[in-house]
Each structure stands twice: as C-alpha cells, then as structure tokens.
Design a protein around this ligand. Sequence first.
Ligand code: ADP
Length: 492
Amino acid sequence: MKREFKNLLKEKSRADAPDILIVSSECAPISKSGGLADVVGALPKNLAALGFDARVITPYHRVVKERYGNKTEFMFSFSINLGWRSQYVGILKLELDGVIIYLVENDFYFGDRMYLGSVAEGEQYAYFNLAVLNAISNLGFSPDILHCNDWQAAMLPMLIKTDPDYAHLRHIKTLLTIHNIAFQGRYDLSFFSEHFGISDMYFTPEFIELHGAGSFLKAGCVFADAINTVSPSYADEICVPFFGEGLEGILSARRHELSGILNGIDSSVFNPYTDPLIHTNYHKGRLSGKAKCKESLMFDLGLKAPPDTPLIAMVTRMTGQKGFDIVTRVLDEMMGFDICFVLLGTGDRRYEDFMREAEARHRGRLCAYIGYDESLSHKVYAGADLLLMPSLFEPCGLSQMIAMRYGTLPIVRETGGLKDSVMPYNKYTGEGNGFSFSNYNAHEMKEAVYTAVRLYRDDRAAFNKLLRCAMETDFDFLRCAEHYARLYIKML
Ligand code: ADP
C-alpha cells in the first residue's frame, strides 16, 4: 500500500505535494470533545511522514491557553467586522510534535466552553470563519488546499467563492469533511446576512436554505470543491433521506465529488504490547496477558463471576445514536445468557439512570461506570471479550477499531464505518473479525450477542481465530492519511 502511494507521489514529485491548511474547531491533544479532534490531531503528523506540509488552524480555547500558553508564540493581530461590531483577532503559533498549529485568539468567543450552544455558538463560529479568512494571507504559509472540518468551518468555501473581499483567495481549493451530518449549524437566514453579509439571492434551496433556515454545512456542501466523509458506507448513506438530514439532495447531486475515507487510530497509542495503562501487556502470540487484564478489570469493577464468563463492554457516549434504545429494551434478557457486562459512558440522563438501575438489579454481574475516563477505557478494551456497538448510525466509529486492536471482538450494527471495518463471523469458513446484525432491532442485536457468546463458550479455538484476525487488521492512521493525500492530489 505504502509503496503504491509513494509511486503515485513520484509522478508529481514530492515538491509538488500540495500545502494543506486544516481548519477545525478542535484538535487533539490540545483541545478535544470527540473523534473530530483525534482525526485533526493525527492527520498532519501522518501527512508529514508522506512528505506533505499540513498545518492546522483552530481556536485558542481556554483549555489550550491553560495547558500550552507558555509554548505559544504571538504572530500578529487585527480586527474584523462581525455584523455591526468590530472584533479583535490574535493569531498565535504553537509547534507540537513537528506540526505547526495556528491559534485564533479572542477571549470573548473562545473561553471556558468550546461550544457555546444555541445562537451564540453560531456567532462564535461565524467569527472563526471570518478570522481564518482574514488571517491566511499573513501566515507566511500559502496553502493550496483549505481542508474544512464539519459545520464550524463550512462557510469558508462559500465566502471564498462568492465574497469579493476574499477574491484573492480563489486559487485555494476547498475540501469539506463531514464527521457527523447531524450537526449542521442551522440559523435564521437573517443570521447569515447579518454576520456574513450574504445576499438574499443565496437564500434558496439550491444554495444555503434548508427547511426555512440557513445551514453552514449546506453552504459547504454546495460550494466546496470536494466533499468527503469518514467512511465509504456513510458516504452512501448520507445520500438518502434517513441519514442525510435534509442534505441528501445536494449530496446525491454531487455524489461524484463525495468520497468516504475510513478514519484510523494511532496504533502506537493503542497497542496492547506497550500500553502502560493496562494490567499486563500482551500480543496475539501470547494472550495470557489479556486473561490477566480481564481478571484485574473484573476485580476492580466488583464483577464476581468465574473467569471464563463472557465479558461484554460498551465504551461510548450515551445517546440515541449509539443504540441505547435497543440496548435498554433487551439488556435483562441478554444478562440471562450468563454474561458480565461493563458500561463506561456518559450522556443522556435517561440512559444513565437506566444503566444505574440495571447495575442494582444485576449486582456483581453488571457495572455501569458513568463518566469519562480515558485510562479506564484502555483497561476495558484490554479486559473485555466483546464490545457491543449497536449504533443507529455511525459515521465511522473508533471504539470498534480500538477494541479489535486489543483482541476484543466487536458486535456491531451494519451501518456506516461499522460496516466498513468489521468483517462478520462466517460460520462456514470460520473467517471474520467480529459479529454483526443488519436491522436496528433489539432482538436481532440479542441474537448477534447470543452467537458471539455461544462461540466463546462452545468453540474457543474458532473464537480465538477471530480474535487474532481482529488484532491483525490494519487500522493505522497512516492508511487513512494516504487516502487523504490521494484526494488532495486529485483536487489540484
Ligand atoms: P463518537 O466520536 O461518535 O463519540 P467514536 O467511536 O468515533 O464515537 O469515538 C469515541 C472515542 O471516545 C473512543 O476513543 C472511545 O474510547 C472514547 N470514549 C467514549 N466514551 C468514553 C468514556 N466514557 N470514557 C473514555 N473514553 C470514551
């Protein structure tokens, strides 16, 4: 794969690799609320390994200032007009792991909360889009491609193409990456004229109007030179109404410019052989360490069952998207399979309450750890036998990839990136790296869990074959970066 890519780059020569400016509301490790940050953090490092100069521009959130303030360098400042107000923009520079990150500073917009919610959040990211556009020419870095991520950066393609103030940036190509189409940045049409000075002629369904309001993401879908999302299957899915959230029309019309690139994980961080956070390190040739991780996890979480009891885990945000409506429906029935169950998650109150009550009903067999705990998540991935991920929709999903890396077999619904990363067990050939079910239906999910539990109990050799195959599956981020590199080159 790598050799093939190097050949592709050779055709143009390394010097021709386009320079990329990645625009994002968050970037790991400096600021993170979800998977978007992981991708934006990993992409430039991996692109650098392929010979690209890729930099990031992102808000100087309070968390960044607190943790990295003494490593930043002030570059320049200016003012922009946002509606009737004139607002300060400071641009700072931070170099981390060899990657240059430009930080947009304004304490009013980027304070304690990365996302202000409601219309304040619209203004917050309207400001961000305008600050980025007005900063580009003075960065001392002239990008060939502006890589815009999610709705918070999605106005950039439209402003570059339609606003005469930014005509000098029209040579820059724009890529919009949709990490989750459910979040669109939808506000009244008057918001768009007030903050961006957009003329009424664009307030139609061919441009930014969607069900009577305007949408940042729709503007990006209409005006970006190329669009991609985070898995090939999700790229297909968002072209139909059930998943498209109103954007299926424009995305179907631009299907030839819409691609899907499966995210990856950092396989040096998620490595059971070296991970310092787990009880005993192991690899696929010596799995006794995994058994020790399970024993220690069960002890720590107060699970009292024989060591060969199948341990099923979920590590997740607790929202409707993640399948909690079907989990809550049949959890008690699944517990009847004589299993142990661990949930590490936080989110909607009703699901948290349900899981707390379930813990009380199945004490010693079920642990609901309500909270966000990175270190515990590693222990769960290493110690569990199976990871349940029955999502209603899933643009990509990282948990199933991490689980596989630790030899924990995923049980997933066949949607989006789950469908693209999990090869379901084939009982005739013995092949696969997990288990799956197709419809969003509690009893289908229960059947898939039953199949996995039966295989674990009745045919451990077959189960371990899947486990080794899962551990060998390559989800490294470099593969993902290679796909982005190809896409950038194609866009020129
Ligand atoms: P999404 O981005 O939709 O939440 P993903 O599967 O793409 O879902 O990524 C979720 C990431 O967040 C994974 O790395 C997972 O391990 C981590 N995660 C989710 N919930 C928790 C939690 N409660 N504690 C620790 N890590 C979590």
